[in-house]
Design a protein around this ligand. Structure first.
Ligand SMILES: [Zn+2]
Ligand SMILES: [Zn+2]
Length: 387
């Protein structure tokens, strides 16, 4: 593995990553993480403002006025109990960095080290963002004006599907539209032995779960990726009482605007029919979801150039089909030019998938991520000055 940052910085990033991994914090509770970031920025003599969008931090290098480059890292962990056996495992029961955001923070701090060394007049804004997993951290930061003066914004996500020292860079849509939903089913409770006197919400819910599976398979163009997942079904109190109410929660993922609208429409129709058929009252509520991550041409060209510079052209490829995962980086892209890439981070020993209790990544990715972030900031600043 070539040494692309010096050993002391690599070791520093590992220390930071492991410290963050040890005390994972859920969305909007990233207080210790924010303290750690501030400590490192103080050490580097980088100006920052904390408390942006609750627990976020905005740091600034360079003093030049006018349009500048933004780099973003997300800070939050997940409500997942850790089972990796790592000696720096989570100290907080039921909470774990299972998406690699510990690595993202360490990399952006690594990039801060690199950018500080060559700090010129060009301004670079570092955005340490809370609450990516809950989906509103980016919005909270944007509402507090974090994008003011930022002309192009970049981020990368650790991805264990690809080997270390590789990046995926794609123009266009790379992460899907995300629409979380809740369906409430109201029936009539009763004695388990007298179904004719009741309206069973649990049976209605069960058949609805199965019918929802036909939306994608039977009504969506098969070449357009889409998923309807029901992740939760709550119903019933005990074995001998017919459930009066059931609640389903789930998510719709799509990669095309038209598929998204079509699926939401079909879901309303299906639910109306299911309610009629089962004699229950059903209500579908759609919650605030995420727009798709769509990398625009201009920022993507800069991201690609930076990836070539760091990993070499042959180690930069396409992720292929869009991921049906969501990412709230998309909110920044609603306002400014922006690109998200993936940092290859596969571990030699197998680890569980992202969001699982055994997720881990190869820490060598920290050097590549930090180098790419620093490089994309420099190349981005150059491209702004050449406009
Ligand atoms: Zn995640
Ligand atoms: Zn993530």
């Amino acid at each position: 593995m070539p040494n692309i940052v010096d050993t002391s910085l690599f070791n520093r990033m590992i220390t930071l990553r492991r410290e963050i991994h040890r005390f994972p914090e859920l969305a909007y509770h990233e207080e210790k993480t924010a303290e750690l970031i501030c400590r490192e920025l103080d050490l580097l003599g980088i100006d920052y403002q904390k408390g942006i969008g609750n627990t976020g931090i905005q740091a600034v290098l360079g003093k030049q006025n006018g349009p500048c480059i933004g780099l973003r890292a997300d800070m939050d962990a997940l409500p997942v109990p850790e089972n990796t056996g790592l000696d720096f495992s989570s100290n907080t029961r039921g909470v774990m960095h299972a998406c690699g955001h510990d690595g993202h923070v360490a990399m952006l701090l690594g990039a801060a080290h690199l950018l500080k060394k060559t700090e010129g007049k060009e301004r670079v804004v570092l955005l340490f963002q809370p609450a990516e997993e809950s989906g509103n951290g980016a919005v909270a930061m944007i509402n507090e004006g974090c994008l003011q003066d930022i002309a192009m914004v970049f981020c990368g996500h650790i991805d264990i599907h690809y080997p270390v020292a590789t990046f995926t860079v794609d123009e266009g849509l790379i992460c899907s539209y995300t629409d979380p939903f809740t369906i409430t089913i109201q029936g009539q409770g009763g004695h388990a032995a007298k179904p004719h006197e009741a309206v069973d919400a649990l049976v209605a819910a069960s058949s609805l779960v199965m019918n929802l599976q036909t939306l994608v398979s039977r009504s969506v163009n098969p070449v357009h990726p889409a998923v309807v997942t029901v992740g939760q079904l709550l119903a019933g109190e005990t074995h001998n009482v017919i459930a009066h109410k059931a609640v389903l929660t789930g998510t719709i993922r799509t990669a095309h605007k038209e598929t998204r609208e079509h699926l939401i429409g079909s879901m309303h129709t299906l639910i109306q029919g299911a309610a009629k058929m089962t004699g229950t009252a059903m209500e579908l509520r759609l919650h605030d979801g995420l727009p798709a991550v769509i990398n625009d041409k201009r920022s993507c060209a800069v991201a690609r150039k930076a990836a070539y510079a760091v990993a070499g052209e042959k180690n930069v490829f396409s992720q292929g089909a869009p991921s049906l995962g969501g990412e709230d980086f998309s909110f920044y892209q609603q306002h400014v030019s922006g690109t998200m890439i993936r940092f290859g981070a596969a571990k030699k020993e197998s680890s569980g998938p992202a969001h699982s209790s055994t997720f881990d990544f190869d820490e060598n990715v920290l050097s590549y991520g930090a180098s790419w972030l620093a490089t994309v900031a420099r190349l981005g600043a150059q491209s702004l000055s050449h406009r």
